[in-house]
Design a binder for this molecule. Structure first.
Ligand code: SF4
Length: 213
């Protein structure tokens, strides 16, 4: 095992202990393929699933798996809705789905989740609704405390996300957060999840790789 892998595993065990103390389920896997296999095992026949925007899910192959038309589960693809009526109907189904997959913008070593969203649909599902929330996060998302986590989102996650989404924001142009209020801003809601109110409703799969932003 490389020193970096050993470091990630050690840090993950500390973080998992603190996540469990706060009512989260948590585990560590060495790579994205192993994380994908856990997700596949959850998605048995008849289950319903949805996902919040996540580069991590793209990178580990979860998006492709969810979109497989021959899968035995039902995937509510939020991008499939066009009209407002279709979007309303889809989001009402997502709000009661069995498994909602997402990443977290940051996770603190003392077991808190830190996320910033533009529209807030991802964070609405994290907070309330879907029966289970499954978070897949590379160890690059783990930060020493909430302040460091917030800075990570604003300076490491949001700028490349704005570039990816072709947003007209200061960070997309300069690489540095300009604390903007522009119509294209993706930093509307900041949510710190310090515990799972329903024990075990939120599960975190920490992955011993750098994934997502
Ligand atoms: S507040 Fe604006 S400039 Fe700052 S990270 Fe968010 S989108 Fe970028």
């Amino acid at each position: 095992m490389t020193p970096m892998k050993q470091y990630y595993e050690n840090l993950a065990q500390t973080t998992i202990k603190n996540l469990k103390r706060r009512g989260f389920e948590a585990c560590y896997v060495p790579d994205g393929q192993a994380a994908l296999e856990i997700c596949k095992d959850l998605l048995t026949e008849g289950k319903t699933a949805a996902i919040g925007g996540s580069m991590t899910a793209e990178e580990i192959g979860l998006m492709d798996y969810l979109k497989n038309p021959e899968a035995p589960f039902t995937f509510y693809d939020r991008y499939s809705a066009v009209t407002q009526e279709e979007k309303d109907a889809l989001f009402s189904k997502i709000s009661i789905c069995d498994y909602y997959f997402m990443s977290s913008n940051a996770i603190t070593t003392d077991g808190q989740l830190v996320n910033i969203d533009g529209t807030g649909n991802r964070l609405a599902s994290l907070i309330h609704g879907p029966r289970h929330v499954v978070i897949i996060a590379g160890m690059n998302k783990v930060c020493p405390d909430v302040e460091a986590a917030y800075k990570r989102v604003k300076f490491t996650a949001s700028p490349p996300n704005c570039v990816r989404l072709n947003r007209k924001t200061p960070c997309a142009a300069t690489g540095v957060c300009g604390d903007c209020l522009s119509p294209d801003c993706i930093c509307t809601h900041t949510v710190i999840t310090r515990r799972s109110n329903i024990p075990g409703r939120i599960s975190i799969i920490l992955v011993g790789e750098d994934l997502g932003y």
